[in-house]
Design a protein around this ligand. Structure first.
Ligand code: AMP
Ligand code: MN
Ligand code: MN
Ligand code: MN
Length: 311
């Protein structure tokens, strides 16, 4: 039986024969005929420029070492990590521009991944400046709420944790652990920062359609990130998808992290129903037993629908 090799295993693949990886890393592929690199890519990764643990430099080095072909660093509302490495990408790895933009659809917070845009286009630069400010304003509001809940000094604390990164709730969560207010970051979200909790500041981000428009204006492609994270009914998710499509979005992120079998059935149905493209990403933040490592094997995805084919 042919089986899909473990992610990050080896990537030479001989499509002229049967779909079976060469047993030696890179070895027999040439001898057997036309060799095609096995497709391991990753279009959703966080660096320390937002809430990831690794620097953009460490990420590209690791991706290259692991034989991943193409990646996008998609930090929350900043491209500083991408910009810090885009001029010096290790050979064998392709880095495309990326960002994960916070936006709102009605009252719901939604994440849109932008890929392959020109970061110098003024519309994108302005949009990111607006998000910088929105995040600073939100941080003040979160700190105020935490103060009211018996946790003074949260703004300075979270900013020290962020250390110049785009500030977000994970930095508050980390500070809350360090300051002894909660036992874990998970608990910080559960009690104070997660949906519907005091530190969940709403109605703050730009609208979904303006966000997609910015990505398009900069020549990029818009992907609806982790559609299952929003915990919507199928009907509501379809409405969100339609709003996203009307705005000019092109793809659903059908693989985010490590989905369990069956998790993505709804998404594949939606993709077929609405004739969408698909994107994939680990949503890597740090090494953890729960999250995915870098890289997604895309060989099981039918040809002609990957967003990567347009980038
Ligand atoms: P923000 O971008 O500031 O709204 O923060 C959202 C980020 O917080 C997400 O991208 C995750 O990385 C992280 N996050 C969300 N929920 C949790 C949770 N329950 N536990 C730990 N981290 C979380
Ligand atoms: Mn995050
Ligand atoms: Mn997200
Ligand atoms: Mn993400």
């Amino acid at each position: 039986m042919d089986s899909i090799p473990r992610r990050n295993a080896r990537y030479h693949f001989d499509y002229d024969r049967q779909s079976r990886p060469a047993s030696q890393p890179g070895g027999s592929a040439t001898r057997l005929g036309r060799s095609v690199e096995i497709a391991v890519i990753d279009f959703h990764i966080h660096s320390a420029a937002s809430d990831g643990a690794l620097s953009a430099r460490d990420l590209v080095d690791r991706a290259a070492r692991e034989g991943i072909r193409r990646i996008a660093i998609t930090d929350h509302d900043t491209i500083a990590g991408y910009l810090s490495v885009c001029q010096s990408v290790p050979s064998g790895l392709e880095l495309i521009s990326g960002v994960e933009l916070s936006c709102q659809w009605g009252r719901v917070g939604i994440h849109i991944v932008g890929l392959g845009f020109d970061p110098a286009v003024p519309a994108m630069a302005r949009h990111l400046e607006g998000l910088d400010k929105a995040r600073r304003d939100r941080a003040e509001k979160i700190a105020y709420k935490l103060d009211r809940n018996g946790m003074p000094g949260a703004l300075a604390g979270a900013m020290a944790v962020a250390d110049g990164a785009q500030i977000g709730r994970p930095h508050f969560a980390r500070w809350m652990v360090l300051a002894g207010h909660v036992d874990s970051e998970e608990m910080a979200f559960k009690r104070f920062l997660g949906r519907g909790r005091p530190g969940d500041i709403s109605l703050l981000w730009p609208a979904l359609d303006a966000t997609v428009a910015t990505i398009i204006a900069a020549g990029g492609l818009a992907v609806l990130a982790h559609p299952l994270e929003y915990k919507m009914t199928a009907t509501r998710l379809r409405a969100l998808t339609d709003a996203f499509l009307d705005a000019g979005g092109v793809a659903l992120e059908v693989i985010n992290g490590r989905p369990k079998p069956g998790d993505t059935d709804t998404l594949w149905r939606l993709v077929r129903e609405r004739d969408l493209r698909v994107s994939v990403g680990s949503d890597f933040h740090r090494d953890s037993p729960y999250g995915a490592g870098l890289g997604v094997d895309i060989r099981a995805i039918p040809e002609g629908i990957g967003v990567w084919e347009q980038l």
